[in-house]
Design a protein around this ligand. Structure first.
Ligand code: PMP
Length: 395
């Protein structure tokens, strides 16, 4: 017996907003979601940057099924040798620059950032953390402490001490990074600030300043990673390599898994003083690892990265409208700005009624996001953009 009762959803499941979308989802395939009544929705947001290869990709489903035949959870992270996590770690090491050769698997984006921040404090012996205004790094206490949206934070103070904020992409403010700083944490592309793309010279200056002061650079690619920007990782486009990389969301191909990745020598500090510097029960869950490996294989085999820029450009060209104030884009990651939040709400709601799902940003209300699966076809792009333009017309 299926249960899509809104009453149960609203009363027996924790609510996080006063106005949830309330779309009943029976199944999802490729870029589409289907309701029990058979209404089809185009998922232009990939479940918030997760379904980069579409929903239920057959290669991922096969990998999950064959892992199910072998074993599920057998032990906490870091004790037993499991093929799924071994193969995934090896693949990541092959794909990443040589200094990002050692992976700690965790359960989510926020946990990846928690682990990265702890690793930076432990390795440097310093406490100060520098982050950027308008950033989003997660909703647990540590990640929230380094997130830049004050409205989301004030009710939960006190948070982590010794956190300083600088403006993203502002060269002058890099002076704040000193030999007291354990780490700088930043999104390579700020996502929930409304898709903010930094200049290459800024990112190189961040790297340089960190090198000069012995500060570790953590790049959060939880939203912008896994091919979204046209390269597997966004940092590749800025000629820099972070000391610690954090990933999650699309990494798991639809299952929950995150990771923080660093050099073996750095990561090794979590094994002593104290031992078990970060502990997680489900980190490296074999089913999630099998799904993540299959996802990386799909991105490679289907040459998805080669298609991102062309598809992004097509959307950009189709979404020309006098009411649009600004479009910010990198690859298939878009923020579309309007004059008011009310207009954005009307557009998002109209498009949803017509079966096209877009969504808001956490910290930029005058804008909506588009971040479709990288597998979307040109025909599907044209159909969805037509609906969005109609929605803008009606706003
Ligand atoms: N960092 C960034 C850049 C994100 O976009 C998000 C999620 N929106 C997170 C961290 C937190 O990830 P999770 O929700 O998996 O904890």
């Amino acid at each position: 017996m299926m249960d899509y009762s809104p009453e149960v959803f609203l009363n027996n499941i924790a609510q996080t907003t006063p106005f949830p979308f309330l779309i009943p989802v029976e199944r999802a395939e490729g870029i589409y979601l289907y309701t029990p009544e058979g209404k089809r929705y185009t998922d232009l947001i990939s479940g918030i940057a997760v379904s980069n290869i579409g929903h239920r990709h057959p290669h991922v489903i096969n990998a999950i099924q064959s892992q199910l035949e072998k074993h599920l959870h057998v032990m906490v992270f870091g004790e037993y040798i499991q093929s799924a996590s071994n193969r995934l770690a090896k693949k990541l090491t092959e794909l990443l620059p040589p200094s990002l050769n050692c992976t700690y698997f965790v359960n989510s984006g926020t946990e990846a950032n928690e682990g990265a921040l702890k690793l930076a404090k432990r390795f440097t012996g310093r406490t100060e953390i520098i982050s950027c205004r308008k950033s989003y790094h997660g909703s647990t206490h540590g990640s929230m402490s380094v997130s830049g949206n004050e409205i989301k934070k004030y009710a939960f103070r006190p948070l982590l001490p010794d956190v300083r904020f600088i403006d993203f992409n502002k060269m002058e403010e890099l002076e704040a990074i000193t030999d007291r700083t354990a780490c700088v944490i930043m999104e390579t592309i700020q996502g929930d600030a409304g898709v903010r793309v930094p200049s290459k010279s800024y990112m190189k200056a961040v790297r340089k300043k960190c090198d000069e002061t012995g500060t570790l650079l953590i790049l959060d690619e939880i939203q912008c990673g896994m091919g979204r920007t046209g390269t597997l990782f966004a940092f590749e486009q800025f000629d820099i390599v972070p000391d610690i990389l954090t990933i999650a969301k699309a990494f798991g191909g639809g299952l929950p898994i995150g990771a923080f990745i660093a050099d073996k020598n750095l990561m090794q500090t979590l094994t002593h003083d104290p031992m078990l510097g970060h502990i997680t029960t489900f980190g490296g869950n074999p089913v999630c690892c099998a799904s993540a490996l299959a996802t990386l294989e799909v991105i490679e085999k289907e040459k998805l990265l080669d298609q991102v820029e062309k598809k992004g450009k097509l959307i950009e060209n189709l979404l020309k409208h006098p009411l649009i104030k600004e479009v910010r884009r990198i690859g298939l990651m878009f923020a579309i700005d309007f004059d008011t939040q009310e207009r954005v709400e009307k557009i998002v709601k109209y498009a949803m009624d017509k079966g096209v799902i877009t969504f808001w940003f956490l910290s930029h209300p005058n804008s909506f996001r588009i971040a479709p699966p990288l597998t979307i076809t040109e025909e599907e792009i044209k159909e969805s953009c037509q609906v969005i333009v109609e929605a803008i017309d009606r706003s």
